[in-house]
Design a protein around this ligand. Sequence first.
Ligand SMILES: [Fe+2]
Length: 495
Amino acid sequence: MKPSLILLLFLFSALVSGFLLYFIFYVHRLNKTLQRFQEGDTDAALPSSSLPVLSSLSSRQAILTETIRDLQNMEKLQQGMLALEKKERTQLVEEKTLAQQLEHQLEETRQANQRIFILNRDLEEINTSLNEAINRLSALHQISRMLGMEHDKKQIFRMALSLPAELLQAEIGHLFLFDKGTGEMNLEYSLGLPAAQTLSRRNTRETSPLAGWVAANKKPLLIPDFRLQDTFSPNCEMGYERKTSLTVPIMIRDELIGIISLVNRKNGQPFSDNEKTLLATIASETAMAINNALLLEKIQKNYFSTIESLIMVVESKDMYTRGHSERVTRYSLLIAEQMGLSLDQMEIVQRAAILHDIGKITVELSILNKPTALEDSEYDQIKLHPLIGYRILEPLDFDERIKLSVLQHHERPDGKGYPKGLREEEILLEAKILTVADTFDAMTSARPYRAAINIEDSLREMENNAGTQLDSEIVKILCKIIRSTTSYGTGLMVG
Ligand SMILES: [Fe+2]
């Protein structure tokens, strides 16, 4: 190799090496400056040639830093979002669980409600049954109490029918009594029918097939709907149509006393099995009261017959008053009938007329038959007989008006009668009738101290005393009756 070439190569190598060294130095200085610059030394001197580069680098670094910060923020956001999502997912799970629990609870509540509904319905049914039982017990108690307090036969019959009829809302009711003597079933009392229709059948044999069946079988008969059976006709002999009926026997042990029959309901509904049991119970409660009333009536009749016999004995000893009570009864009933008195009043008049002089049983016969005028003391004894009669009858279970009529049959409208000196308005109508009838018979009958006064004179004398000694209206009626009688003085007179 030529020395020139070698020299040239050496120079070239030297040049390259120099250049490299400069570059390294330059980069090192630049890095230093940049480092100071980043550390805030803005006064760091940079080579002018490096400024554009530095500016570009700084700008990029700022962008990079910003980007990194954004990225970091985004990462934080993402992490936040992930946390939020996780939280939401957890909440969703919790909500779902809660919803399931709620649904479960709802189902339980629904089932509980259903059970409550069923229980409530059962309770209502129990309440209804209890109310019905209470009502029935109350009705039974009321019926027993009322029947226990009542002694009047007619009132007992009325209550025995009307109380159950009202309780079971029956339109029509019948009470039949069994007549042991004839073996027949008699209609004693009815309700829900016109009075005339009922009265015409009272105390007559009733041929009701329902009552006949119950009497024969001695057990209740319930027909809920007459259309659904053909054993019994729906057409009643009393002129009404049966739709539903309930008939029960009134029994004391095995003995038939009577029958209660309820027909048709006010609300159109049929009678029920429960009501059949109820009516049968009422009938058994009623049985003893009815039986007692019938026994009492029998005792009273016997007692009344005894008193009638006593009166006959008294009258038989007094030849002048023989048949007096019977005639007074006849006149009294004629007057009462003419005045249009009720059957009850007629019965009172009749009994009072028979009994009116029963008090004379204690008056000495010598006084009753004395042919001369009575001494004051004797007359005082006579004047006691209405009061004694009242006291004889007082313990008896007669209508009070019978006893009072006996007590008042010598009272006068002007207040001058005896024993109490009552005035017109204080005297019972039945007693006034009795007084007129008694006076008429006394005048037209012979007395120990005078002969019988003829009828027309008697009537005139009574007319003269009308308004003072006797009730003027009743005297008019008696005069009319007697004077209008064709067999004047004979047909009406007895003895
Ligand atoms: Fe008298």
